[in-house]
Design a protein around this ligand. Sequence first.
Ligand SMILES: C[S@@+](CC[C@H](N)C(=O)[O-])C[C@H]1O[C@@H](n2cnc3c(N)ncnc32)[C@H](O)[C@@H]1O
Length: 288
Amino acid sequence: MTLAADPPTEFVAFWNDTLADKFERYRDILMNGLSHHSEVWLNEVQIAPGTKIVDVGCGWGDTARALARKTGPKGHVLGLDCVEQFLRRARADAETEGLDNVSFVAADVQTYPFDASFDMCFSRFGMMFFENPVAAMRNILRALKPGGELVFIVWRSKAENVWAYVPETVVKEFLPLPGEDARTCGPGPFSMSEPDVVRKQLEIAGFDDIRFEATDGPVTVGGSLRNAIDFQLALGPAGEVFREAGALAEERRDEIETALRDALAPYQQGESIVLPSASWRVSARKPG
Ligand SMILES: C[S@@+](CC[C@H](N)C(=O)[O-])C[C@H]1O[C@@H](n2cnc3c(N)ncnc32)[C@H](O)[C@@H]1O
């Protein structure tokens, strides 16, 4: 099922026409890096059978499926994402696993017409891209029953996320920063790294009982130096600088790749390139 925003925001359009294929190409790296940050919570969280959950920005749906296993046949998980391409895989994986208590709908979370039917909303790295984060949080509040819980995972600062910071620093030595008119994924992966800002956004949206818990961990950004360089020039902050520089980036590709190779080589473990990463797990409650 698709509930397309009419017309899609520039960010939703960018996810679909530019990022989706790149995400598919580097799916293994992304899944490995992102899932580290949800693993502890997913292993520990107690979900009562029958709980109704919405997973926002669910991507390929692995967290939605994990939550569906926990809530059991009397519960249900709705996975929402603005990229139908991701959801096709999510539906196929759920079917292969024989899960019939999870469904996936393509929609912009900020405007999806929720009713107050969910006990919980979860998101792993899906909250940092909304055109208006407070409006999206208000819409999520609308989705929840009184007392319902919102749990979401976001990156901490770029400096703490060495996997993104080091390559971006290298690429910026060779290329200009993206201009004001650059096409982007939204506010961006590090837009919710400041607890004071996120707390205020959640309060304005109407949530209370707001808490932050830190997770740190190594992420593998490539199975080889070559793979890590390709990944960094395709996605993330370094990838954005490279993409926006267009022809100039291609002209300087050799120099940039050499510098990236030097910068990433110290992080080699076996064949893989492994760097530190850091996230917040934010939780909040709908009053009532
Ligand atoms: C970094 S990915 C995370 C995907 C998934 N949660 C995971 O951890 O593997 C961010 C996801 O948010 C989705 N997204 C971005 N903006 C959105 C919006 N306004 N409404 C719905 N989904 C959105 C993207 O399509 C993408 O799948």
